[in-house]
Design a protein around this ligand. Structure first.
Ligand code: BGC
Length: 272
């Protein structure tokens, strides 16, 4: 990397990125590591890929630790936070990103698939945010200072506002994340904790590979994206890095849609 330590924007910061062994989480962890942050990489099942990411972050001159954890399990979440404090002394940034899909039509959806998605995609965010905030409140920052005691960034989805037939568990969880984010932002502002969301549109990762990997799927997907290209993890990572810097100090309680216009009702773009 050409970045010297002086212009690395997250130098000296410690970040946890949940679900960072692949996809958007991996992109964010790498970008934060390249910007100087020490990164706790969390994986659920793919240790090999998490270890590869660790090597990449170390090659970029930063530190990283790898932790297996299920974000829906409170003991695992404790372990995740401890990995940050034991290895790197503190925690500055939580990127709560881990998420899954278990798709089915509403009439056929099993309670198991409902519960699984709600626990990972909604309760997991609650648990990680609570554990991180308990660390952040230890860092006393005066109200008038132009820096935060800690950052929580929820990686949500355009489906926190776009209803999604065939994915009711997923869309419901993401809608919940939106209100979780806003309520925490309101409640934790006096502690100088910034809480925001990034809502990605269609980003090329394993979660939607069955769609973008076929010619028809790719075409259908593009018809929902006015900006005319499917997103890449880097598109989200760049925004996450910036949001975690003091450049964005006055932003809390906001969702940034990084979606190439997917939330612009593209079906109406030909005058309706
Ligand atoms: C989903 C993807 C989908 C995208 C746009 C994301 O939250 O995980 O599967 O392609 O939203 O619909």
């Amino acid at each position: 990397m050409s970045n010297t330590n002086e212009n690395k924007r997250l130098q000296g910061k410690v970040a946890i990125v949940t679900g960072s062994s692949s996809g958007i989480g991996e992109g964010i962890a790498l970008a934060m590591g390249r910007e100087g942050a020490s990164v706790v990489i969390n994986y659920h099942s793919n240790e090999e890929s998490a270890q590869e990411l660790k090597s990449k972050i170390e090659e970029a001159g930063s530190k990283a630790a790898v932790v297996q954890a299920d974000v829906a399990n409170p003991d695992d979440v404790e372990k995740l936070i401890r990995a940050a404090t034991d290895n790197f002394g503190t925690l500055d940034i939580l990127v709560s990103n881990a998420g899954i899909q278990r798709d089915d039509n509403f009439l056929d959806m099993s309670l198991e698939d409902w519960n699984k998605v709600i626990s990972t995609n909604l309760t997991g965010n609650f648990l990680c945010a609570q554990a991180a905030a308990k660390e952040f409140v230890k860092r006393k920052v005066k109200q008038e200072e132009k820096r935060a005691a800690g950052h929580i960034i929820f990686i949500s989805s355009v489906h926190d506002i776009i209803p999604w037939a065939g994915h009711v568990n997923y869309a419901t969880a993401k809608g919940g994340v939106q209100m979780l984010m806003k309520t925490l932002a309101q409640e934790l502002a006096s502690e100088k904790i910034r809480v925001n969301g990034i809502s990605p549109g269609a980003i090329k990762t394993a979660i939607n590979e069955d769609v973008w990997s076929t010619e028809k799927g790719r075409k259908d997907m593009l018809s929902l994206i006015p900006y005319g290209r499917i997103g890449e993890p880097e598109d989200i990572a760049k925004v996450a890095v910036w949001l975690a810097t003091d450049e964005a100090d006055y932003i809390t309680g906001t969702t940034i849609y990084v979606d190439g216009g997917m939330t612009l009702y593209p079906a109406f773009s030909d005058k309706g």
